[in-house]
Design a binder for this molecule. Sequence first.
Ligand code: FES
Length: 193
Amino acid sequence: MSVDIKIEPEGLVGIVAEGTYIWDAAKRMGVRLPAQCEGRGECDTCAVIIKEGATLLSSLTQAEREHLSPERLAAGERLACQAKIEHGGQLTFTAVPTTERAETTEEAVKDFRKEFREMPLNRKLATLVEFEAVTAFETLSSIASLPFTIGEKVMDVMAGFGRKMSQEERAARRPAEHRAQTAEEKAAGETPE
Ligand code: FES
């Protein structure tokens, strides 16, 4: 059975298969919800508010209980990477505004760029001098702890491999509560990248 999706306030509509996670459903409809922790259930950046069809979704996962306060849960919030659409019907949701959830790194950089552009020249210069001091300090610290730097590089390479994980490996990031899903459901799922 299929699920009718509506994303507000854009008013986008589409159809996805049962067993699809909200995050994947949004992506298929051209909406890439933020996913700071890449779908591991370790942040709240993918939070959405369910306007209609809450009963079509899987039960709350441990991660959702940990990252959404009782007030947010009561307001109908779910984590898009954790909530699986288990039944057919109408599901309407909207992304939680940035002001009400943790900001992603990308959003923070964007905010800073805007703030910097609007600064008067003297404040811009002061900020740049401050950056220079921080960069110089970090450079010295990294030279002083070279083995640690190498360790970090190794971590970067490993993160690169991580991004190329196969569909099956990525499925392992799914909530523990959903690991026993059928092969058919797996085919419908896609992990946030
Ligand atoms: S909890 Fe981090 S992306 Fe969903």
